[in-house]
Design a protein around this ligand. Structure first.
Ligand code: PMP
Length: 328
């Protein structure tokens, strides 16, 4: 017998379980399985793409020894990048918008990153926006590499190479529908492309939020600025079109309200014992909204991005829920 251990924490990324949803899906005719990404060491799916983006940047010389990694991140990508940076010897500066939970900022600082906070309610091209600030820091900091998860092709590639093949293998090729929240688009595009290459009949559905451009753009090809307004749901939706969203492999989007996303985040914990982040609540509510698309033999896989601990001050705080009008 030889000893069995990971050589470092990065080797534990991936190979997450598929877990059946039992109670919340009782009115659906089909099997619903969740790809449970909080088992990654940074507690989110983003560990996969963070490591892949770093490895690809090392390979072609964009990231050099002792360099500084700069990114605009809502938290989970930052965690993944920070873990890899610690193991590999890089520094991190993260730019984050002020609507993100304080827990997310504290967690990033806990793993050694410098965190710069920017206002949410400004245009993307405003010099104060987190898109602009992260770009500027990238230009000003010596030996730095600006990750740009929105347009970095290694993001979707990570999911094409790992998340997609895992889901295909775990369902023994029986998956019929893949449902997932869309932010940068890396997860849906990478997993969706892989699954459709194995079986073109697999349907790929994106979860969007009110205040985001994706659904309207997918349906009409029009980038409608009237669709853009502030929203509460964290992790999904955008006011830009990231290059990582491959609209051609997406069959449709459904939008979930801020209230439903918050309420279903609580219900996942209370009814399934699944203590997960806000986009998981949006994702499972989105699956329920898609009921008419499912038949008895279907196998639906919904991906849950991150962990509930980052939302204890919000969706798991009933005072906050009442203040927002989400609890009756
Ligand atoms: N949920 C959470 C909690 C996230 O952090 C993200 C990434 N912004 C997403 C969903 C969306 O994933 P992707 O960026 O791959 O589209």
């Amino acid at each position: 017998m030889s000893m069995e251990y990971a050589k470092n924490i990065l080797e534990t990324i991936g190979n997450t379980p598929l877990v059946k949803i039992n109670k919340l899906t009782r009115d659906l005719p089909c099997l619903v399985l969740s790809k449970y990404e909080t088992f990654n060491p940074g507690n989110s799916v983003k560990d996969r793409m963070a490591l892949k983006m770093i490895e690809d940047a090392e390979a072609d010389g964009r990231l050099k020894p002792g360099g500084t990694i700069i990114e605009g991140t809502s938290g989970n990508t930052g965690m993944g990048l920070a873990l890899a940076a610690i193991v590999k010897g890089y520094k991190c500066i993260f730019v984050i918008s002020d609507k993100q939970s304080k827990e997310k900022m504290d967690i990033l600082r806990a793993v050694g990153a410098e965190v710069v906070v920017c206002p949410t309610d400004v245009e993307p091209d405003d010099p104060r926006s987190y898109y602009s600030v992260s770009k500027r820091l990238g230009e000003e900091t010596p030996n730095s590499w600006y990750v740009n998860q929105y347009d970095n092709p290694s993001n979707a590639k990570a999911h094409y190479e790992s998340t997609g093949p895992e889901i295909w293998k775990q369902t023994d090729g029986k998956i019929t529908h893949f449902v997932v929240g869309v932010g940068t688009g890396g997860t849906i595009s990478g997993v969706g492309k892989y699954l459709k290459e194995q079986n073109p009949d697999v349907k790929v559905w994106g979860i969007d939020t009110y205040g985001s451009v994706f659904k309207k753009y997918h349906e009409t090809g029009i980038f409608d600025e009237n669709e853009i307004y502030p929203y509460v749901t964290e992790g999904i939706g955008e006011d830009i079109l990231p290059e990582n969203v491959d609209f051609s492999i997406i069959d449709g989007f459904t939008k979930v309200t801020d209230k439903d996303a918050a309420v279903y985040t609580q219900l996942l914990a209370k009814e399934e014992g699944m203590f997960l982040g806000n986009s998981a609540g949006a994702a499972i509510k989105g699956v329920l909204q898609l009921k008419e698309h499912f038949k008895p033999d279907d196998v639906v896989v919904v991906l849950f991005h991150d962990h509930g601990s980052r939302y204890v001050g919000k969706m798991f705080n009933n005072e906050w829920m009442k203040k927002m009008g989400y609890l009756d």
